[in-house]
Design a binder for this molecule. Structure first.
Ligand code: KIV
Length: 306
């Protein structure tokens, strides 16, 4: 685990302007690294806001990080919308992207546009993300963009279809597989995606692809040549058990702190050291006497506590 440097400068909240699509393009042009993180609730959104990140993704990874599913496949659109609404309420400046869950966009262009609209209208998202660069995903991306909603693509390891990809593992490790990722990324760009996520592909493959992409590329396990990086909130802060994928860097170990905090509370309750006098409320002595008298009138059998 790396230790958090104490001299990190967080941009002053009031001076930061909301992130926009032109600003993202400008960041790419000026080679300013773009920072993206996932969030799933109000506290994680507030943390992202206060840390000054550029993009926040309400990822379908929330299926696993906060909803306890084994994979991203079972999560329902309505479940992700609840998370996205909570995140929206916690954000002012980052650009908010909602992740279209498995089964909510593949069936038809109409289904994809309707789902994307719910993320925008009900949850206040600025854009949506969908997985895959095959003909179906490209057609859906094109349809959503045509409906006026910005779309982020996602190629390489696409967890919603990881069974078809042979498991949860790095992609593009042969020339043929790397070529497929190239074709998919270019097709998504041509379909109008404003940005593309590269997940778990060799750094050298990402580097070769970069000169061909004029939209910002956000990497997760794609090396340093891309325009920005994304990590899952719970992975980077150590809120979930296990080591996670190779690309995860842990910046904190909050799960240990959470367990220690709850254990200390449980100890104090059992020990009767919590609550202390400072955690209680007082009542004027005369009011208390009055209350006792009324209580005794209603139930003369009850002895007064002294
Ligand atoms: O759901 C998610 O968290 C994602 C990121 C890993 C890009 O898709």
């Amino acid at each position: 685990m790396s230790t958090m440097p104490t001299n990190i400068q967080v941009p002053a909240d009031a001076s930061r302007l909301p992130m926009t699509l032109p600003r993202l393009i400008e960041m790419k042009r000026h080679r300013e690294p773009i920072v993206m993180v996932t969030a799933y609730d109000h506290p994680s959104a507030r943390a992202a806001e206060q840390a000054g990140v550029d993009l926040v993704l309400v990822g379908d990874s929330g299926a696993m990080t906060v909803l306890g599913y084994d994979s991203t496949v079972p999560v329902e659109l309505d479940e992700l919308l609840v998370l996205a609404k909570a995140v929206r309420r916690g954000l002012r400046t980052p650009f908010l992207v909602g992740d279209l869950p498995f089964g909510s966009y593949e069936v038809s262009d109409e289904q994809a546009v309707q789902t994307a609209m719910r993320f925008v209208k009900e949850a206040g998202c600025d854009a949506v993300k969908l997985e895959g660069g095959g003909s179906t995903s490209v057609a859906r991306a094109r349809a959503i963009v045509a409906a006026g909603i910005p779309v982020m693509g996602h190629v390489g390891l696409t967890p919603q279809t990881s069974t078809a990809l042979g498991g949860y593992k790095a992609q593009g490790r042969s020339a043929a597989a790397a070529n497929r990722i190239a074709r998919e990324a270019l097709a998504l760009q041509e379909a109008g995606c404003f940005s593309i996520v590269f997940e778990a592909i060799p750094s050298a493959v990402a580097e070769e692809l970069m000169p061909h992409l004029h939209v910002p590329v956000i990497g997760i396990g794609a090396g340093p040549s891309v325009d920005g990086q994304v990590l899952v909130f719970h992975d980077l802060l150590g809120i979930r058990e296990g080591l996670g994928a190779r690309f995860v860097k842990r910046y904190a170990n909050l799960l240990d702190e959470m367990v220690a905090g709850v254990a200390a509370y449980a100890h104090d309750v059992r020990d009767r050291t919590y609550p202390g006098p400072e955690h209680g409320y007082s009542i004027d002595e005369a009011e208390l006497q009055d209350f006792r008298a009324t209580l005794a009138e209603h139930d003369p059998g009850v002895a007064h506590p002294v």
